[in-house]
Ligand binder design. Structure first.
Ligand SMILES: [Zn+2]
Length: 71
């Protein structure tokens, strides 16, 4: 979960789309970059973007520590 100034590096995951979490920008999601306090977007990989198109709104962090709901 990152803001658009600190987009995740493509070398790690191939994110194709960023969607807003519920309530954005007044969201509980905060950018994961070390010193950043900006509200974060949910970055989706290709398969997740397809699921979003099909109506899915809950997405997992890849560490399985939490899930987040998209708007
Ligand atoms: Zn940030």
């Amino acid at each position: 979960m990152r803001c658009k100034s600190h987009a995740p590096r493509k070398a790690i995951r191939n994110y194709v789309w960023a969607v807003e979490p519920v309530g954005y920008p007044a969201t509980a999601l905060v950018c994961g970059s070390v010193h950043c306090m900006e509200p974060a977007f949910i970055w989706l990989e290709e398969e997740e973007a397809r699921q979003f198109d099909a109506g899915e709104r809950v997405f997992r962090a890849f560490t399985a520590t939490m899930k987040v709901r998209a708007a």
